[in-house]
Design a binder for this molecule. Structure first.
Ligand SMILES: Nc1ncnc2c1ncn2[C@@H]1O[C@H](COP(=O)(O)OP(=O)(O)OP(=O)(O)O)[C@@H](O)[C@H]1O
Ligand SMILES: [Mg+2]
Length: 381
């Protein structure tokens, strides 16, 4: 087993397309298969919005369209150059040298995630060769596709990390990441019980798209705009009737399912036209309900819920979640010592360590893969 304590960088850019999050963490040396917990110290972090043009191009590539291969090739490299700039900025800001970093764990930017097709695939861009070349640091990338090749969903991958970091021997805990999509991780107190984890459905993605269209704001700060409207029960019930919510896990989803065109179709089935703020209020309730319903499906249910991802800052969403789950103590992962904005990026730093240590990164019970697999490809410094 390689000696693998040291600094790792994690790079995360999720379905919200809000930007790239980067962290430097220090991970402890004892990465063994039997290990039940990881020691992680967050050293420094940075977040950069995506430039408008690149964001537009990525958005374009998430839907079928013209000239895809040419655009894909360009976005792949352009995105990794931006990743490299952010890494170099982070290094400068922290005073840590590239040689001190063992590896960068790069998620890349998902363009398509289609685990349910007859020929399933998931596609992330962000060329690891360019990133390694421009930073001088070893890169671990392409972490989803091995799990998919082994019959899994390739997602969500973070529950394994949540289990390493946040499991408690006495409390049933749940972690909910509210990014573009939302995913839950249930961490039974009993170490012999399997961890459960899957995507519950939309997190912020529909809220973001709707406010961008009607208010020209990137997102609904604190849920204020949603709070000015009223949830429409008929629309809510219609959204909740989607098959996805009744499908058993393992399951994962993305912009292929939850996007503004889908929302427009749903709205066109409504007999009355709703005020935009009422639609926003309904979308907020939709995210809260699908998360809460998922958590209530499992027995014994969690007694503690910790939220991470940008949605943790949406006060109205947090309030609705707490109201729907009155018996559960709700807080953000900051209570556990890790700020909600950096959990996902830390998970990718950890996945890089797992890959270098030749240890599995997936939880087959979560992704549905045939077995544990070492995830990712290594692009040496
Ligand atoms: N103060 C806030 N009020 C309301 N929403 C917020 C606030 N801050 C962030 N958000 C929401 O969080 C989103 C970004 O969250 P995050 O970066 O966790 O998502 P992501 O990049 O899509 O990650 P994931 O991979 O988990 O999908 C923003 O698009 C916005 O909707
Ligand atoms: Mg983000």
């Amino acid at each position: 087993m390689a000696e693998l304590s040291g600094y790792f960088i994690g790079l995360m850019s999720g379905t919200s397309l809000d930007g790239i999050d980067a962290v430097i963490v220090r991970l402890d040396s004892e990465a063994t298969a039997a290990e039940q917990s990881t020691r992680l110290e967050l050293i420094d972090s940075i977040s950069q919005p995506l430039p408008t043009e690149l964001r537009q191009q990525i958005l374009q590539l998430t839907q079928p369209g013209d000239n895809e291969i040419e655009l894909l090739g360009q976005v792949d490299v352009a995105f990794s150059r931006l990743q490299a700039e952010i890494v170099n900025q982070l290094l400068q800001q922290s005073g840590i040298k590239p040689e001190q970093i063992r590896a960068i764990g790069s998620h890349g930017q998902t363009l398509r995630h289609r685990p349910e097709q007859p020929i399933p695939f998931t596609l992330q861009v962000g060329d690891p060769n360019t990133l390694a070349e421009a930073t001088g640091i070893c890169v671990v990338a392409d972490v989803r596709r091995r799990d998919l090749a082994a019959g899994g969903q390739g997602a969500p991958l973070v529950p394994a990390f949540h289990a390493q970091l946040f499991r408690h021997p006495e409390h049933q805990r749940a972690i909910v990441n509210i990014g573009g999509m939302a995913n839950v991780t249930l961490l039974p107190a009993d170490a012999s019980s399997p961890v459960i984890g899957y995507d519950t459905g939309p997190g912020n993605v529909l809220l973001d798209s709707w406010i961008q269209r009607h208010q020209q704001q990137p997102f609904d700060r604190n849920g204020d705009w949603a709070g000015s409207g009223r949830c429409d029960q008929q629309l809510l019930q219609q959204l909740l009737s989607l098959d996805y919510f009744r499908q058993p896990a393992p399951k994962s989803t993305g912009r292929e399912q939850f996007n503004i065109d889908w929302l427009d179709q749903q709205l066109s089935l409504q007999s009355l036209s709703l005020r935009p703020e009422d639609v926003q209020a309904t979308l907020l309730e939709f995210s809260a309900r699908t998360i809460a319903d998922a958590l209530q499906q499992h027995q014994p249910g969690p007694s503690q819920l910790f939220v991470c991802g940008g949605g943790a800052h949406n006060q109205l969403l947090m309030l609705r979640l707490q109201n729907l789950l009155p018996k559960i103590t709700l807080s953000s992962t900051a209570t556990l010592g890790l700020e909600p904005d950096w959990v996902e990026a830390c998970a990718f730093a950890w996945l890089a360590q797992r890959c270098l240590a030749q240890l599995p990164g997936n939880l087959p019970a979560v992704t549905g893969a045939r077995g544990e697999r070492i995830l990712g490809g290594i692009y040496p410094a």
